[in-house]
Design a protein around this ligand. Structure first.
Ligand SMILES: [Zn+2]
Length: 251
């Protein structure tokens, strides 16, 4: 597995510039036990995180990581001092998660559901950098699954580098439509993939997705057990505060 960034208490080093990423933009909501229901934008139910999912630490062990001011509201992120995890708090609760990422999230972050010029540019640069990072370590790819495929830039970059078949998973409606318009095969969630796709991917990429998941470790296990080939590669990019490196590790 190839990881870029820092997650799950696993530390990496290096330079953010190496990846062309913007850690400050990496919103996340990796959470544990939640409660204190409240109402978020558009009336959707939100909740306040009570425990870090990875280490179960309490809020007094968290520190502000970033606040992302959007046209609707400001999203707040904290970093657990025990394990290094960054997550959004408060966040949409489980009942509103799909609807939130289908449209509301990008409305809040960038003021429109449709991609902005800045987002297009950033995604293109990020895709190029990830392929550059992967190239020395991943030599052959026939099948690629990109979770959080957005506009399809990374799918296109992998296809350009490896001539592989690509499949995307993107919950954002407008982003998914844009990707489909360029001929890419994209699903709203993993459950939409055909059964024959199971254990068929040489590479699974997740770029700034892990931090949005309510149970990231369970999701990673699902990727390993249900979607990757036995010797497949998982490439992650996650928020960091100390720098970015590439490393190999085991789930
Ligand atoms: Zn923690």
């Amino acid at each position: 597995m190839l990881l870029a960034g820092q997650a799950s208490g696993i530390r990496f080093s290096g330079s953010p510039a190496e990846m062309g990423t913007e850690p400050a933009r990496a919103v996340s909501e990796l959470t544990g036990t939640c409660g204190n229901s409240s109402v978020g934008p558009s009336g959707s139910p939100w909740e306040t995180v009570q425990r870090c999912l990875l280490c179960q630490s309490r809020p007094e062990r968290w520190r502000p990581f970033e606040s992302v001011a959007g046209p609707v509201l400001t999203l707040h992120y904290v970093r657990c001092q025990e394990c290094g995890l960054v997550f959004m708090n408060p966040r949409p609760d489980a009942s509103s998660l799909s609807d939130y990422y289908a449209a509301e999230y990008r409305l809040q972050v960038q003021g429109q559901e449709d991609p902005t010029a800045k987002d297009r540019w950033a995604q293109s640069k990020r895709a190029q950098n990830i392929v550059r990072l992967a190239r020395p370590l991943v030599h052959e790819v026939e099948t690629h699954l990109d979770i959080g495929s957005s506009l399809g830039e990374l799918l296109a970059a992998f296809h350009g580098e490896y001539a592989c078949a690509g499949v995307g998973v993107e919950p954002g409606r407008d982003y998914r439509r844009r990707s489909e318009e360029r001929g890419q095969q994209v699903y709203a969630d993993l459950g939409g993939l055909p059964l024959e796709a199971r254990s068929s991917f040489d590479v699974v990429t997740m770029v700034h997705v892990l931090e949005h998941l309510p149970d990231p470790l369970a999701y990673l296990r699902e990727i390993r057990e249900d979607w990757l080939k036995p010797c497949g590669h998982l490439i992650l990019e996650v928020p960091i505060s100390l720098g970015i490196l590439r490393s190999r590790c085991r789930i």
